[in-house]
Design a protein. Sequence first.
Length: 216
Amino acid sequence: MGLTGIYPLDSLIGSIPRYWILEFYGEESVVSSLLHYITAYRSRFGSVLVLLNKDFGGLDPYTVMRLTRILNGDSLKIDVGRGFRFSDTVKLLRKAGNSKDYDSLVIGYPYFHMPRGLKGYSKATEVTGLARELSMEDIRVFLFNHVSHMGVWMPEGGNYHHHSIHVIVRVDKVRGERIRARIIKHPSKPIGGAVSFRLEGVFYRKGVYQPLSVWF
């Protein structure tokens, strides 16, 4: 079975150890689409914990429930925690390893509440370190991130984050609703490798099927 349930992505990433963290970042609508899709798909294999860090929105329960039915998952196996401050993010991650046995951990926008400037990046190391600890507890960790607010092409979180995350994939929308995924970091795959794909037939709206990304 594939890691994400999206064949082009699974082919691009390949088989990776459970303790490797897989990160997606880039255009927010695409990142959101993948967060919902992969959350639903991973519920096929066991319990999924979603830790979402945003002031509002970011996760549509209706979307997740529809996807679990389409992908043969189980919405009852998906637990959600929300962080409204940076301290909440840290607390949620600290509790994640002790709350129950999870097959997958989905961390949405872990640096959304990070203070700006150098102080913020100093604090970000704590979040990255906790994610690494959880990945070593036989939990499959997926991270969904923003582009750095410093204006560079890298994910948010700073240099420690970039060096600590095992596999980083940039995702953007190209040519209408097509999604392009490009490897930014991978220990065993060439940097720059890319695929494009569509999330076809996920929802039924106004009489026609439309890609998931239309809904965000």
